[in-house]
Design a binder for this molecule. Structure first.
Ligand SMILES: [Zn+2]
Length: 287
């Protein structure tokens, strides 16, 4: 087949995992992320984490310049039992009950609305399938394009628009499947506090986060993201926070990667690499 002959070789191919059902997580409108209407605005703003954001990522990958390198896959929702590898039963039960009761504000700006839970299970399911794809040797690079996002979700706490820690679940699957060491590198502009918290006492998972120096933002996000948060117990030294000054550009990221991230990853010798690639760092980022 001509298409097969011209397909990129597996080493250059990205296996993308996506399901339209993730668009059904409706974060609503209001003043920025508050969801509230003060009563005197003509136009209520979309929540920053809205379906259009990801819809454009799908279209870029489907019609943009790297589209020939993408193979598309889809997955079924995660099972509740699979979520317990990272999250506490009490927390998962809270989310299930919130969904049954028609929704809940879990913390500032983080709304579980009708449809949100099914979308969250799809996000977790697609991320787990992406990891399984790699574990089964079916590809070299898998990309789980998912929402709601996950890296702020802690074992027992929603935070920052995140309910389930998709990357954390994928890490657990890799370890449960025989990987001895997994590294997580998170380049989202906010601290990947949920992933760090979940593995804070583990020495078989190295968590690295590059982020702006926003510090704690309240009870749902008590972690500061400072260089002093290094892990605890056996995990001491296995959490690396790299706060970057506002205005850090490509050269700053490259320097941090070359001088800090790459040497740490090389000395850790991971058998699996999980990249958390939130795309909210920009010259205009003010939060
Ligand atoms: Zn972010």
């Amino acid at each position: 087949m001509a298409a097969a002959a011209s397909s990129p070789p597996p080493t250059n191919r990205v296996d993308a995992f996506w399901h339209d059902g993730m668009l059904n997580h409706d974060t609503g409108r209001g003043v920025f992320y508050t969801g509230s209407d003060p009563g005197f605005l003509d136009v209520l703003e979309k929540h920053p984490e809205n379906p259009d954001r990801v819809r454009n990522m799908v279209s870029i990958l489907k019609r943009g310049p790297i589209s020939p390198y993408i193979s598309w896959h889809t997955a079924t929702p995660a099972l509740v039992s699979q979520l317990l590898s990272f999250h506490s039963p009490e927390y998962i039960n809270e989310l299930v009950e919130a969904d049954k009761n028609g929704g809940k504000v879990l913390c500032c700006g983080t709304f579980l609305n009708p449809g949100s839970w099914d979308a969250a299970l799809l996000a977790a399911g697609n991320t787990l399938s992406a990891m399984k794809h790699i574990l089964d040797g079916k590809g070299k690079i898998a990309y789980a394009l998912v929402r709601p996002p996950g890296h702020h979700a802690q074992p027992s706490q929603a935070d920052g628009y995140c309910f389930l820690n998709n990357a954390g679940l994928a890490v657990r699957l890799a370890l449960d499947s025989g990987c001895k060491r997994v590294v997580v590198v998170d380049i989202d502009v906010h601290y990947g506090n949920g992933t760090a918290e979940g593995f804070y006492q583990s020495n078989d998972i190295l968590t690295i986060s590059l982020h702006m120096n926003h510090g704690s933002w309240g009870p749902s996000h008590p972690q500061s993201g400072s260089v002093n948060e290094l892990g605890e117990g056996e995990g001491y030294g296995y959490n690396m926070n790299i706060p970057l000054p506002n205005g850090t550009g490509d050269r700053g990221y490259e320097y941090a990667m070359t001088e800090l991230v790459v040497p740490a990853v090389e000395s850790f010798k991971p058998e699996m690499v999980v990249l958390v690639v939130g795309q909210d760092s920009s010259a205009d980022e003010s939060l």
